[in-house]
Design a protein around this ligand. Structure first.
Ligand code: MSP
Length: 573
């Protein structure tokens, strides 16, 4: 699609780049799914999107694990990078690039940035003594080390005292600037609770940050060497953060990191917020680049009420997600993760019972049921062809279903008594589209997807109220019954078409199936999500517009999108 016509900024969204010492699990898939849904939704709105994910390969623990497994670090990194790529393909993610930090295209530019920071005096040599958390590849402050009994605050592994000559990044110089950026929202730290935490910590004062380690004899040749000093190796975090810029700092992608305004959206969990909200923006500022626009740190998935850990062995692995997808469909897994996940400040529980509950209530009993009811009725009453269009506005008199009002009118010529009720499905869908846009600005997927689901629920209510199946029995008895039924079904189908657009970022396969059944498949090319839609959402979702369901359009019954699930069945494994 041509973006020139939409006049909107491009959208750049990133995930953390994941360590390759192990396989991907639900946590990695989750953050990447959030990015995928956001990316697809922005494409739907007509924006040009760049969605980046990848792997962080130069960590020391990659070297350690590779050795345990009998591989070279590069072999082990490749094995796991492939597992990530395979998992992300399985999850149907639509990333535009996958960076491996061992690639030259990343390393070369990352070195150049570090050299620039050395040249500008933002990186300087000094002495460092501190507590090294090998399990997290980071130094822990004296206070934090003491508080956790000299064990890793994250993994509980023992900390190691390290004294070394290091290069330091002068984070201290940027304290005032950072505070102003975050306070003013120029760099938006979300959710709000996280912003306050970050600001609180900045206010306690910022120190220089070590950014290199002296290379010891026998150290494996793994990682990026300080460009000005071959005796030092760049600390993996500093090099890794650079990926967000290295991958777009080239002529054909530079528009995704404009020089005049913040644009990037960085997603991650709260464990690594500090690096993204403080160190990285300061590095960018020192480089003369704009900081990210949004830094979003979600909370964690836990499993059946328990924190996931190696020792409990209760990580939800990609294989578990595959088993769920096999049984309930991949889009059901995507839906559950996207709408029930820990996007806010609180952790979320992956519990089987909850999965089935959400599956039945949102998907089988709502989206799937509504679509098949409407498809079935068009099939049954109009031979599968939409008979007419309608503006989506209905007034029911007498507080009863349409057929009752019609029947009353037929016999007495007057409306039945009682309250009247109106439905305006066109206005309802327009409101939902507007709120959808706002929810996405705040990366609030649950609210955004809720707008799509809200339309489906409104259609259900409208069907119950207008009782088209009863009306159908009055064909030939009540004047206009056929026309009224056509109007009802058109309005349901058109509202569901709009709902399906809103739901498509979370459920691209199921919505594509519906569009095939309903002859709407021209809206986009599901096989190539990155190509975008034929028009921006504002046009696609316009009621009765060029992309709407037309009179005479074939509406096939289809296979049924989601079969009801039995809550008593055991979790798939
Ligand atoms: N390599 C660094 C990131 C460098 S970014 C420049 C790293 N990698 S990681 O493999 O440990 O991934 C951490 C990220 O994985 C979290 O920030 C989060 O995005 C995701 N998750 C890991 N466990 C998670 C949960 N239990 N729940 C949700 N997301 C989690 O840190």
């Amino acid at each position: 699609m041509s973006n020139a016509s939409t006049n909107q900024n491009p959208y750049y969204i990133t995930t953390p780049i994941y360590y390759v010492n192990d396989r991907p699990h639900i946590g990695h898939c989750y953050t990447t799914l959030v990015a995928d849904v956001a990316a697809r939704a922005q494409r739907l709105m007509g924006r040009e999107v760049f969605f980046l994910t990848g792997t962080d390969e130069h960590a020391e623990k990659v070297v350690t694990t590779a050795k345990e497994k009998g591989h070279t670090p590069m072999e082990w990194a490749t094995i796991n990078a492939e597992r990530f790529k395979e998992a992300f393909a399985f999850m149907n993610f639509s990333h535009d690039d996958f960076v491996r930090t061992t690639e030259d295209r990343h390393k070369d530019r990352a070195s150049a940035y570090i050299q620039r920071l050395v040249d500008s005096g933002d990186i300087e040599l000094g002495d460092y003594e501190g507590w090294w958390d090998g399990s997290q590849e980071e130094y822990v402050t004296e206070t934090a080390a003491k508080e956790h009994d000299y064990k890793s605050p994250v993994t509980g592994r023992p900390l190691e005292k390290r004294v070394e000559q290091n290069y330091f990044f002068r984070l201290d110089k940027y304290e005032g600037w950072l505070k102003a950026q975050i306070e003013s929202g120029a760099v938006r730290v979300l959710p709000e609770a996280r912003k306050n935490e970050v600001l609180g910590r900045i206010r306690t004062g910022l120190n220089r940050v070590p950014v290199s380690r002296k290379i010891k004899p026998g150290d494996p040749d793994w990682g990026v060497v300080m460009p000005n000093d071959p005796e030092h190796r760049v600390y993996v975090w500093i090099e890794a953060l650079c990926n967000y810029l290295t991958m777009v700092d080239q002529p054909d992608r530079r528009r995704f990191w404009p020089r005049d305004e913040p644009l990037a959206v960085h997603l991650m969990a709260k464990d690594i917020l500090w690096f993204h909200a403080v160190i990285w923006p300061a590095m960018l500022h020192a480089l003369g680049e704009r900081p990210p626009a949004t830094v979003y740190a979600h909370a964690y998935w836990i499993a059946e009420g328990k924190k996931m850990s190696k020792s409990l062995g209760n990580f939800i692995e990609i294989d578990t997600l595959k088993a769920y997808a096999e049984k309930y469909s991949l889009d059901a897994v995507r839906w559950f993760l996207a709408t029930q996940g820990p996007l806010g400040a609180n952790d979320a529980d992956f519990a089987h019972a909850r999965f089935v509950e959400v599956y039945n209530s949102d998907l089988a009993n709502s989206v799937g049921n509504s679509a098949s009811r409407v498809g079935n009725m068009v099939g049954k009453y109009f031979d599968g062809v939409m008979p007419k269009t309608c503006d989506g506005r209905f007034g029911f008199e007498g507080g009863r279903a349409l057929q009752a009002a019609l029947a009353a009118r037929a016999s007495t010529g007057k409306p039945a008594e009682g309250e009247s009720r109106t439905f305006d499905l066109a206005a309802l869908t327009a409101g939902a589209v507007e709120r959808y846009r706002h929810a996405l600005e705040a990366v609030d997927l649950e609210a955004a997807m809720g707008e799509g689901l809200g339309i489906v629920r409104a259609v259900d209510e409208f069907i119950t109220y207008s009782a088209p199946f009863t009306l159908a029995k009055k064909f030939g008895q009540i004047e206009h019954a056929e026309g009224a039924l056509g109007a009802i079904l058109y309005s349901c189908a058109e509202a569901l078409r709009i709902a399906s657009l809103l739901l498509s970022p979370a459920m691209p396969e199921k919505t594509a199936a519906l569009w095939r059944d309903w002859n709407c498949a021209h809206l986009n090319d599901p096989a190539d999500p990155n190509s975008g839609f034929v028009a921006p959402l504002a046009e696609l979702a316009a009621w009765g517009g060029a992309h709407s369901i037309q009179a005479g359009q074939g509406i096939a019954k289809g296979e049924g999108l989601f079969m009801r699930a039995d809550a008593a069945e055991a979790a798939p494994a």
